[in-house]
Design a protein. Sequence first.
Length: 255
Amino acid sequence: MSARALSFGAIAEAYDRYRPGYPEELFDTVTTYAARPVRTALEIGAGTGKATRLFAGHGVAVTATDPDAAMLAELRKAVPGYVRTIRAAFEELRPGRTYGLVYAAAALHWTRPEGRWPAVAALLEPGGVFASFGGPVRLADPAVEESVRAARAPFLGSDEVPSPDGTAPDAAMQWPGTELQRSRWFHDVRQVVVERHLTMSASDYVGYLSTVSAYLQLPPASRQPAYEAIEGALPATVGITADITVHLARRRSAQ
């Protein structure tokens, strides 16, 4: 796992404070697709438990995994006591127990591609469901976005995470749906977008940026000046577009 993937523990409290949670519509999207009760789930890269809260809050017995102890410590503060936690990267998980649902919330791109899909399939019951969801948090006003881009430029060219398999941003099917469609372990691949529009104060938006890996990789001496430059380019309140792209697939019953 890359240093960039493991950079979040140092800002676990900020991550939990500034990252948006997940709406009820997401749970409905996943369970409607499943078309059967979802009683058990394994979460890949649970972080501070933003998605854990949604699924556990509906009575799903979630096993939340993450390689970072500080992130899991924040998760345990916020989720019900019956959520099981395992400190491990996805690649360190070993087959044994299987689940009705395996999901990743803005975390799958940190896993290694080699052997990813057979490993996910091994954690799923036959006919079980895999779900991956997430998406960028963007300024809704193009003029404000351009001002922020200009303020950020001396410190950072881009804060985007590119598609892991090079899929173009305007392609009809995005990653990881592209990989799932090619995998012999899964079928009935679907892509659903859950629209989400938020409003944040300028300081909270900069707080969100302070949890983004591209900024965490800046030299420490550059981070605060970058945040100050960006906040200086923002109005007091900003509109945010934070649509969630959901990819769903079903494990084949037999290989």
